[in-house]
Design a protein around this ligand. Structure first.
Ligand code: HEM
Length: 394
């Protein structure tokens, strides 16, 4: 498809599948023609959008459109305020805390000899860290896992009505939790991101402060975006270590070298991108990759396909840390919407990879590879469960 029909119209889902690296770059360079706002909100709760929004209004404290899933110039303001919350808690300072969280988790599983890499390792790790960042009590971790699934299901368009109702109920609960915490931080701020967001100010100009609705939507976005995607990256890491001994050996060789570790993380993200398909909608007629798209065309950006383009990444299925253009992958998107949490994500993956191979070894799948179940969504490629065995080294 990438070679012969790179802007392919798929009638069954009424979307254009964008599979080439160059075309994805063109989309990212022009956020006004290729709208995230329309693409995302059209996709949301596909087929049940009105009913979904009504439930949130009646039972969830309100329907809060995703403020970051918007277009410039509105997006520029919201993005700046969100970035401020990230700078305030610089990621480098987090490294020791992330080390401690990973170490505690490995302590809990090391003697068992087996684990579910998704539910015993990847998910609790990312949930603990994002909870610390935001200032939420991580004892609600099981709820957060459910809330994440419920929110991400709204953009994957593969839920039936019964599932939408169940997910809407979860999102109502999530919003009440966020609103309650925000009210507390409004009254007495702490050293956490929710306090930063609630009290965010870009400058003294009009419109520089987030509205309450925007703030709720940003906390929700950070909680979910920072959780599911990074957990998927960590599950992918364990999967590769358990199935590709040469990559395990590469990681063992890189573990003491900061630069090599950074390259390892980038190649992992290129070869197994957690985010597989996000949408855009054209706001005018436009040519893309030789195809004329009408206004209102719904596009699916296939990041994994772009990362696999042999003209850009020779032998794309080979895990190769020596690639000269290792940073060219699109796993974090690009342009004005490039992932705002990428430094945190990279740090979590690096620390987890380092400690996994220092303390555990001989990873093996405990089930047949073909029996691994994935979440039913096109937005991410996320394993539901990954049983593995291993040996303790330290
Ligand atoms: C390995 C982990 C991660 C991956 C693969 C990932 C991937 C992405 C991608 C592909 C986009 C671009 C979306 C688009 O083009 O429409 C994005 C945006 C975003 N990410 Fe991440 N992400 C990760 C981790 C995180 C973390 C840890 C956070 C926050 C704590 C986060 C928060 C966000 C937000 C808020 C946006 C929207 C930015 C905007 O539109 O301006 N992500 N991410």
């Amino acid at each position: 498809m990438r070679r012969l029909d790179p802007v392919h119209y798929d009638k069954s889902i009424d979307m254009y599948l964008i599979s080439r690296w160059e075309d994805i770059q063109a989309i990212q360079r022009d956020p006004l023609t290729f709208s995230v706002n329309k693409g995302y909100h059209e996709q949301q709760a596909k087929g049940f959008a009105e009913e979904f929004q009504q439930i949130l209004r009646e039972k969830g404290g309100g329907y809060f459109p995703d403020a970051i899933m918007s277009d410039p110039p509105y997006h520029t303001r919201v993005r700046k305020l969100m970035e401020n919350a990230f700078t305030a808690h610089r990621v480098k300072e987090l490294e020791p805390r992330i080390e401690a969280v990973v170490s505690d988790l490995i302590d809990e599983i090391a003697d068992r000899g087996s684990m579910d890499a998704v539910t015993d390792f990847a998910q609790p790790l990312t949930i603990r860290i994002i909870c610390e960042q935001l200032g939420l009590d991580w004892s609600i971790k099981d709820k957060i896992a459910r809330w994440s699934t419920a929110v991400t299901a709204q953009i994957g368009r593969m839920q039936d009505r019964a599932e939408m109702l169940e997910h809407a109920e979860q999102i109502c609960e999530l919003q009440h939790h966020i609103i309650g915490t925000m009210r507390e931080r409004q009254a007495s701020p702490r050293e956490d991101m929710i306090s930063d967001i609630v009290h965010a100010k870009e400058g003294d100009g009009e419109g520089s402060v987030l509205t309450f609705e925007e703030a709720v939507s940003l906390v929700r976005a950070l909680l979910i975006a920072g959780n599911e995607t990074t957990a998927t990256a960590l599950s992918n890491l364990v999967f590769i270590l358990a199935t590709q001994p040469e990559v395990l050996a590469t990681l063992q060789g890189a573990v003491g070298d900061e630069k090599l570790m950074n390259r390892f993380v980038e190649e992992l993200l290129r070869i197994e991108p957690p985010v597989r398909g996000l949408s855009r909608m054209t706001t005018r007629e436009v040519e893309l990759g030789g195809t004329l798209l009408p206004a209102g065309a719904h596009l699916l950006l296939m990041y994994a396909s772009a990362n696999d383009e042999p003209e850009i990444f020779p032998e794309p299925r080979k895990f190769d840390m020596e690639r000269a253009n290792i940073m060219k992958h699109v796993s974090f998107g690009g342009g004005v919407h490039k992932c705002v949490g990428l430094a945190l994500a990279r740090m979590e993956i690096k620390v987890a990879a380092r400690q996994l191979v220092r303390r555990l070894g001989k990873f093996r799948l405990a089930i047949d590879e073909n029996d691994i179940a994935f979440l039913p969504t096109v937005a991410t490629r996320t394993m539901e469960s990954l049983p593995v065995t291993f040996e303790r080294i330290a």
